[in-house]
Design a protein around this ligand. Structure first.
Ligand SMILES: NC(=O)c1ccc[n+]([C@@H]2O[C@H](COP(=O)([O-])OP(=O)(O)OC[C@H]3O[C@@H](n4cnc5c(N)ncnc54)[C@H](OP(=O)(O)O)[C@@H]3O)[C@@H](O)[C@H]2O)c1
Length: 331
């Protein structure tokens, strides 16, 4: 079978397409014939050894997939060969075949396409966990989303609207803001591509304040980090929740007086750890997302699709900061 391997740490250009024997499922595992893989920012980090997890090399990147069940390992019940499933692999999905613990597989209803199923887990899973469990979002609250046109960003805009929030979307271009508006955001703010000096940070905070209104933000979902975090923190409302989701623009240093002045919380969001610690809750969340998708209430926006032979280009696209929505690889 074909597999896209990381044999040495480095950027996507260092990945190699190799041929390897197909894997055999161990006890409790399912071998899946992969159809579609969702690419996520963590794929750019894991191949450079900059992610929370450092798999032993060689390994294939690719955290989530949709495919068809081929073979069941000992003890697997509830699935049959031919079933369409989506699965969370964290790494390993960019291959023709993968073996995944059955506990990490979810049956996909007919109404959900392969592309949608491959797009749902990491972005919408993170967004739902951030907004509901970490953010405690209540209908009518104002949610600010930084990096609103990325994969997690668009999912957050869509879900926040669905949960009854007023959404202010911020992104680095007019085109990206238009994409966030198409996902339902009520207001948008364009920020410069950075780095931001003090004047640019003040201007960004001012534009955000204007879009948010006098009460300040109830929730900020910070998917960008770097110089963008502090201006957003300065726009919090009393009792607000500032959610740290990711930092493609760098890890922000936050002045400790700000949460005091705003009487707000800064909360970390680590969806992968939540999945591991509360697998049943994640199973319910995935079933809910599949149902919302089948009903047409959420709709992953696909920015581009590449074949497995060009999987490295799919990962490189996220580094270029031009993607709006989701990048996929078809196998
Ligand atoms: N905490 C968790 O549990 C969790 C789970 C999944 C993902 N994440 C993290 O969430 C973030 C977003 O992931 P994603 O898959 O949605 O990625 P994505 O689609 O590439 O979105 C990232 C966004 O970050 C912004 N950005 C700012 N500086 C950037 C830079 N130097 N390079 C690339 N993008 C930059 C871009 O928006 P603008 O150009 O508009 O600024 C881009 O849309 C990542 O940091 C990822 O590691 C966290």
């Amino acid at each position: 079978m074909k597999i896209l391997l990381s044999e040495n740490p480095g950027g996507p250009e260092r990945l190699t397409l190799a041929t390897r024997p197909q894997p055999e499922p161990g006890p409790g595992e399912i071998r899946i014939s992969v159809r579609c893989v969702g690419i996520n920012y963590p794929d750019t980090l894991i191949i450079e050894d900059r992610y929370q997890f450092r798999p032993e090399r060689p390994f294939a990147p690719g955290a989530e997939l949709c495919g068809v069940v081929e073979t069941l390992g000992d003890g697997v019940t509830g699935f049959a060969p031919g079933d369409r499933v989506m699965a969370l692999t964290v790494w390993g999905a960019l291959a023709e075949k993968v073996c995944v613990p059955a506990a990490q597989c979810h049956p996909v209803p007919d109404a959900v396409s392969d592309a949608d199923a491959a797009s749902l887990q990491m972005t919408y899973g993170t967004a739902l966990h951030a907004l509901e469990e970490r953010g405690g979002l209540r209908p009518g609250e104002t949610v600010v989303v930084l990096g609103a046109a990325g994969g997690v960003g668009m999912a957050t805009v869509e879900l926040a609207k669905l949960l009854g929030a007023r959404v202010v979307a911020a992104a680095s271009s007019a085109e990206k803001c238009a994409a966030a508006r198409a996902c339902g955001s009520d207001a948008t703010v364009i920020y410069p591509r950075g780095p931001l000096d003090r004047t640019a940070q003040k201007a960004f905070a001012g534009a955000l304040r204007e879009a948010i209104g006098p009460e300040g933000a109830d929730i900020v979902v910070d998917i960008v980090g770097g110089d963008y975090s502090e201006p957003a923190l300065r726009c919090m409302g009393f009792g607000g929740r500032f959610l740290i989701v990711g930092f493609p623009a760098g890890i922000a240093r936050i002045p400790a007086n700000l949460p005091l002045l705003k009487s707000c919380d800064i909360r970390g969001v680590f969806w992968g750890a939540a999945v591991e610690r509360a697998p049943e809750a994640n199973r319910r969340a995935m079933a809910r997302l599949l149902e919302l998708c089948a009903e047409g209430k959420i709709r992953p926006r696909i920015h581009a699709t590449y074949p497995l032979t060009e999987g490295a280009r799919a990962i490189a696209a996220l580094n270029e900061r031009t993607v709006m929505g989701k990048v996929l690889v078809t196998v």
